[in-house]
Write a protein that binds this ligand. Structure first.
Ligand code: PEP
Ligand code: MG
Length: 586
């Protein structure tokens, strides 16, 4: 990490662009524990004031710990209360004072940054200790750090919840739930140190149309709250403290993008049809019922993927059958008779929400008890959702889809539980559509390999490339360190898509593709050429994809796809597709 202060010096960083648009504004910096860091460095003249702030925080933290000790001693006895004496000792440790003071004096660190660095280093040393008792003490240091930071900077994320002016959020990480709770009126964009293109944080940002860049690597120390920042969600470029000329250039570019978006919006009422008359169904992916009206504004043919697990993210109570039903009814009514594909819960991995079932921390959650596995294991979680979907089925064209199906046994179990839900509703005398279409996502290599069997037992499939890429290439979709290996254009992935489409075509079953790949204009010709006639994309990208559909012929797309299938690596395929896309001159 670069420790030197860099006031006023423009710096350009590169991250992974995950949601397009340009954000220009003052930074609000949040560290990995959710604390807002006003600044990382202070001017030389402010050093004494910074040391006094630290002393005041130590005194306040000590008072807090003493008060805790006294109340715990009264309630639970002296033996438990003495745990807090150890905390007090740590707060009063001359080593802590010396460490923080030298960072403030010698390196101009702010008190927050000095506390964070010093206690972080102490905790790391303890954690690495071979003595398990000492290693355990690292947790105490984390608690102390949080306590001191609270006294220095206020409650974690307090400022984020009470924003009154526009900012560009700069953070170590944002979970999908935190992203979903951002107030898009004030958060003009965000930049994070970690994260990958396929993660759900990226997907939510795109859904909320917030420009976003993830996986920039460590850079929080280079930016302070209040610094001007530009985030270019198209190129992944992040500019800290841009000069006037750069700001003017980006304002122009933002204006150009706005007028292009207005022009594309004119396509709203024309169909997504190729030049030789092949109609493509352009459906929308949503996470929240609130997004449904925007899908129609953008000209969607329906909802191709409703990620219902977002009902759970950030909620502190498990949604009831009625909560599910109300959410589905809102979406179905909003799309005025168009199809709505409701996907059952896909919780787990990076999507963590409140569920009243035991979920042990997992070493490898992407391969763990997630998605359909969690639902099958917990009928008390699954049944209310299935009943709610069935109840909503009488309100419009509702279709049900199971996520992450890997084996036929799972699909059959899911359908059995659905039949039970139907029986229960019959028993209650509640109306539903018994002939509601039931489909599955193809997002595991096992599902793609066994697709000829699966296809006999479903009404439709939807290819989830976000997970299919992850599981086929063994690359974590949210990990910036391996983001370069996460390649939609890898021939192994493309072969799985082709095999799934071919099996669906032979069986006369409808197939769609709802992973992020379908929203990247550079892949549209390839996907149509492979045989897809339905794509489901984030609403904001519908106009752009529609424009590509209307600029090509199916023969052209088939030629592109045939050539791609002869190539043996993602780099060549990407380069070829970019060239072909450029030739369209859009
Ligand atoms: C996918 O995996 O491609 C998909 C659409 O599902 P999600 O992104 O919600 O995992
Ligand atoms: Mg998935």
């Amino acid at each position: 990490m670069d420790a030197a202060p860099r006031w006023g010096v423009m710096q350009t960083l590169q991250g992974i662009p995950v949601s397009s648009g340009i954000a220009i504004g003052k930074a609000l910096v949040i560290d990995n524990e959710g604390f807002v860091f006003p600044r990382h460095f202070v001017l030389r003249e402010a050093i004494e004031a910074e040391l006094s702030r630290f002393d005041v925080a130590i005194a306040a933290a000590s008072e807090e710990v003493e008060a805790n000790r006294d109340s715990v001693t009264t309630q639970l006895g002296e033996a438990v209360g003495t745990i807090f004496d150890a905390h007090l000792q740590m707060l009063r440790d001359p080593g802590l004072r010396q460490g923080v003071e030298s960072l403030i004096r010698d390196r101009n660190y702010s008190a927050e940054y000095a506390v964070n660095s010093t206690l972080g280093a102490f905790a790391k040393r303890l954690r690495e200790s071979p003595n398990p008792v000492l290693a355990e003490r690292a947790h105490d240091l984390v608690d102390l750090e949080r306590c001191l930071l609270r006294h220095l900077t206020g409650q974690p994320q307090e400022e984020l919840a009470n924003l009154t002016s526009e900012i560009v959020l700069v953070a170590h990480n944002l979970t999908p739930g935190e992203t979903a709770r951002l107030n898009s009126e004030f958060v003009r964009g965000f930049v994070t140190e970690i994260g990958g293109a396929g993660g759900h944080t990226a997907i939510v940002a795109k859904g909320m149309e917030i420009p976003a860049i993830v996986g920039v690597g460590r850079f929080l120390a280079k930016v302070s709250t209040g610094d001007l920042v530009i985030a270019d969600g198209h190129s992944g470029c992040v500019i800290l403290q841009p000069d006037e000329e750069t700001v003017a250039r980006y304002h122009l570019e933002a204006e150009r993008q706005r007028s292009l978006a207005e022009k594309l919006q004119l396509l709203r009422d024309v169909p997504a049809e190729t030049k030789d008359g092949v109609r493509i169904q352009l459906m929308a992916n949503i996470e929240f019922p609130l997004e449904a009206p925007a899908c129609l504004e953008r000209g969607a043919d329906g909802i191709g993927l409703y990620r219902t697990e977002f009902l759970y993210l950030g909620s502190d109570a498990e949604p009831s059958e009625e909560d599910h039903f109300q959410a589905y009814a809102e979406v179905v009514r909003a799309v005025e008779g168009r199809p709505v594909v409701i996907r059952t819960l896909d919780l787990g991995a990076d999507k963590v929400g409140f569920v009243a079932v035991d979920m042990e921390p997992e070493r490898n959650p992407v391969l763990g008890l997630r998605s359909i596995r969690l639902s099958l294991r917990n009928p008390s979680l699954f049944m209310p959702q299935l009943r709610a979907v069935l109840r909503a089925s009488v309100l419009g064209d509702v279709r049900l889809m199971f996520p992450l199906i890997t084996t036929l046994t799972e699909l059959r179990q899911a359908k059995e539980i659905l039949a039970e839900a139907m029986n229960e509703l019959d028993g209650r005398g509640v109306a539903f559509r018994r002939d509601m279409l039931v489909g599955m996502m193809v997002e595991s290599p096992a599902a793609a390999m066994m697709i000829d069997c699966f296809i006999q037992e479903v009404d439709f499939i939807s290819i989830g490339t976000n997970d299919l890429i992850q599981y086929t290439l063994a690359v974590d979709r949210s990990n910036a360190s391996v983001a370069n290996l996460y390649q939609a254009a890898d021939p192994a992935v493309l072969r799985m898509i082709v095999a799934s489409l071919e099996a669906a075509r032979q069986a006369g079953v409808k197939a769609s593709l709802c992973g992020q790949m379908s929203s990247e204009a550079v892949y549209t010709m390839l996907l149509l050429g492979m045989g897809l006639r339905e794509l489901s994309v984030p609403p904001s990208t519908i106009p752009e994809i529609k424009r590509v559909c209307r600029s090509v012929t199916m023969t052209q797309c088939e030629t592109v796809a045939s050539h791609v299938m002869l190539l043996d690596n993602a780099l060549d395929i990407e380069a070829f597709l970019r060239e072909e896309f450029q030739k369209l001159g859009l």
